[in-house]
Design a binder for this molecule. Structure first.
Ligand code: 3HC
Ligand code: NAI
Length: 678
């Protein structure tokens, strides 16, 4: 069965693509589109053309798996130029997502009709690219440079309604009558001169007011820091106003090819597939029946419990939240309400949606109210004794067949499970703070966790907008376990003479949002402190005793001004020198290169051990964890992909140079010239 077929409706030829799952524009599809257009052109009885897709979506873009391979068959640009060149009107009929090359197909059609739920966008930038089939040239000419800039350089899709408001969609048609409505629309256009996006003049907005490009760059500075593609996108949109259409397309091609050959795009394409692979669990049949989850319980309404509950409430799942004392319960639910109200105030949801979410919440002081929950997530204090007591109690109260999860950061999930008579229903669900915002969810698979339990929670994580990865049971799981050697090295280096702000700066320059000492200040240095200012046994005790508890009190490792700008503190410098002397640490100058290697290489080494022990299913899962949970820069592809790009032999040499341990797997792979990601 060909992937592209045609259908005659009197004087209209409908070209239909059916290339599951997302109608990616692979070679056979491009060939089919060209053949369809040729058929329409060579048949005088055809007066107009409709292009639509079967399945769940309009073309979601070029086929990413073809990238980096030799182009076979017509290029996408050749295919779509044929559409635009037609004198007979060509109409794109859009449902689902018209993304990337798919949006470029739509742009090359003379008209676009879409169902109300459709989305259109140019997300190439999220793959480290810019549109490569004239999208950066047609869109500004059709919709203006100002409207094109965020679409090209940030890449978030827009709704059909928004697309209509900028002239990208001509008509919104019935949700269930796209095929017929598109044919009727096409018929109305017969005999009229065809409008071509490449001939549009809307891009004059950028010529009249060239400041918009720099303004946009400045407005987005934080978001695009370190990424190559957004700037290339801005340049291409600007070129649309400065050059002829043909010259603009050539400029786009030049920028596109340069990005495609670079490491950033390779890293981001790796990440695209990594995120999807992380959702797959080795050894579990994806068709395994799931456990229905229609009511969730959360224990503990502290920092994590409240945020965890909000995820489910926002997804329309009722939650019962349990605390020990009324005061803690009221405080916790109050924070949740305030968070929702703030989100609504910022326009990210309506006040009505916020109220609906809160109406699904049942606060309670009794575990008995959890009896009919399908899933209960525990977020009480990080203490094995407390956790075991809670799980024992839950086991006796919550109905049979319900899943019991712990949000522990470090503790042994197998031991927690042993407090119940249903260890196969127990697992870790490690959310990250703030739990209602952070995307990552580590699913900790206990020795006895049942397949359907793990699969159910994996599917559920998508429903609540999380990106999940599976970890085995080990201290700190994947993420915190790898954080630990980095922190050790950071602490060791400041005792050996490195400036702590330089340690932070090295990570900032690498692309992290903050370094380890800034992170301590933000989290609060006093967390877990014994609170006795006279008992000073560590550097941290000394900082806490000096009232340097972190950003919340205006001073920690750094002094903070009112705008929260940090300055290294003389008091801290003196404290570090004092402790280094006490510990007999010889002082020397430590270069930024050494800091870089000693912070990052041991993380790769720990990642190798995690793989060696089977605690992560695949190297790319580790990348997913670090990118989504800890701000590892996406454009490097995550720690394991990054290690691949600089060479495992270089990592090993660096570790050895600094007298640091080398995992067996790392050393073997380096010797064999292999990579983590194959
Ligand atoms: N090429 C190849 N495979 C693709 C693909 C693409 N463009 N888009 C999705 N897939 C694959 C996924 O890898 C996944 O495969 P798997 O089942 O084996 O894991 C499968 O299709 C389903 O994808 P999702 O799990 O992501 O499905 P969702 O329903 O959650 O999301 C989507 C659908 C919104 C379309 C999402 O897949 C997506 O964002 N795709 C990428 C869109 C994109 O980046 N397009 C631009 C491509 S670059 C381009 O067009 C260059 C041009 O300018 C020349
Ligand atoms: P928290 O101290 O803010 O909240 C814990 C809450 O649990 C308190 O409100 C307390 O009253 C309540 N509680 C304690 N024992 C209880 C019991 N037996 N029954 C009912 N409620 C009880 O702590 P936080 O930060 O929310 O941490 C909770 C868990 O989440 C810990 O295991 C922690 O390691 C983990 N975690 C914390 C992260 C963070 O950044 N804070 C990140 C990821 C996991």
């Amino acid at each position: 069965m060909p992937v592209v077929t045609t259908e005659r409706h009197d004087d209209i030829l409908v070209i239909i693509s059916d290339n599951p799952p997302v109608n990616a524009l692979r070679q056979a599809v491009r060939e089919g589109l060209v053949a369809g257009i040729d058929e329409a052109m060579s048949d005088d009885s055809v007066q107009a053309v409709v292009i639509r897709c079967d399945g769940r979506t309009f073309f979601a873009g070029a086929d990413i798996t073809e990238f980096g391979k030799a182009m076979k068959g017509p290029s996408l640009l050749e295919a779509i130029d044929r559409m635009e060149a037609s004198e007979k009107p060509v109409v794109a009929a859009i449902h689902g997502t018209a993304l990337g090359g798919g949006c470029e197909v739509a742009l090359a059609c003379h008209y676009r009709v879409a169902v109300p739920s459709a989305k259109l966008g140019l997300p190439e930038v999220k793959l480290g690219l810019i549109p490569g089939a004239a999208g950066t040239q047609r869109l500004p000419r059709l919709a203006g440079a100002e409207a094109a800039l965020p679409m090209v350089a940030i890449g978030n899709p827009i709704s059909a309604q928004k697309a209509q408001s900028i002239g990208l969609v001509d008509k919104i048609v019935g949700e269930d009558s796209l095929a017929a409505d598109a044919i009727a629309f096409a018929r109305e256009q017969i005999g009229k001169p065809v409008p071509r996006a490449s001939e549009g003049t809307a891009n004059e907005d950028g010529v009249k007011n060239p400041a918009i490009f720099d303004e946009f760059r400045q407005k987005m500075a934080r978001k695009i820091r370190g990424f190559d593609a957004p700037n290339a996108g801005i340049e291409a949109v600007k070129a649309a106003g400065e050059l002829s259409y043909q010259e603009g397309v050539a400029r786009e091609r030049e920028l596109f090819l340069k990005l495609m050959a670079g490491t950033q795009s390779a890293a981001m394409r790796h990440y695209f597939f990594a995120e999807r692979a992380a959702g797959k669990i080795d050894g579990i049949d994806p068709a395994t029946p799931l456990i229905p989850i229609s009511k969730v319980g959360v224990i503990g309404a502290g920092t994590m419990g409240g945020g965890i509950a909000m995820n489910f409430l926002s997804a329309g799942v009722p939650v019962t939240i349990v605390e020990m004392k009324r005061e803690a319960l009221d405080r916790g639910t109050g924070v949740m309400r305030k968070n929702y109200e703030n989100t609504a105030r910022r326009g990210r949801m309506t006040m009505e949606q916020a109220q609906t979410a809160m109406s699904l919440l049942t606060p309670s002081l009794s575990y008995d109210d959890l009896a009919d929950c399908d899933l209960v997530i525990e977020a009480v204090f990080e203490d094995m004794g407390v956790k075991k007591e809670v799980f024992g109690k839950l086991d006796s109260i919550v109905k049979k067949g319900a899943i019991l999860a712990s949000n522990t950061s470090y503790l042994d999930v197998n031991e927690i499970a042993s407090a119940t008579k249903r260890p196969e229903y127990v697992l870790g669900m490690h959310f990250f703070s703030p739990a209602n915002i952070m995307k990552l969810l580590e699913l900790v698979r206990g020795e006895k966790t049942a397949d359907d339990v793990l699969l159910t929670v994996m599917k559920l994580s998508k429903k609540i907008g999380k990106i999940a990865a599976v970890s085995g049971v080990c201290p700190g799981f994947i993420g915190n376990r790898m954080l630990s050697p980095r922190q050790q090295q950071a602490n060791a280096m400041i005792m050996e003479g490195a400036n702590y702000w330089e340690v932070d700066d090295v990570l900032l320059e690498f692309g992290f949002p903050m370094g380890p000492f800034q992170m301590s200040d933000l989290a609060g240095i006093d967390i877990g402190w014994h609170r006795d200012p006279d008992k000073i046994e560590t550097m941290r005790d000394a900082l806490c005793a000096a009232g340097r508890w972190g950003q919340k009190v205006g001073k920690g490792f750094y002094d903070y001004d009112e705008a929260r700008q940090r300055t290294p503190s003389d008091e801290v410098k003196a404290l570090i020198a004092e402790w280094a002397a006490k510990e007999g640490k010889e002082q020397r100058e430590i270069s930024k290169d050494e800091i870089h290697e000693r912070l990052l290489y041991p993380m790769v080494n720990e990642g190798a051990m995690i793989l060696e022990e089977g605690m992560a299913q695949r190297a790319s899962d580790i990348d997913v964890v670090w990118i989504n949970g800890y701000g590892w820069p996406l454009y490097t592809g995550g720690p394991m992909f990054w290690a691949d790009t600089i060479g495992l032999d270089a990592i090993v040499a660096g570790l050895e140079k600094h007298g640091l341990p080398v995992a067996e797997m790392l050393s073997k792979k380096a010797a064999a010239g292999e990579t983590f990601n194959g």
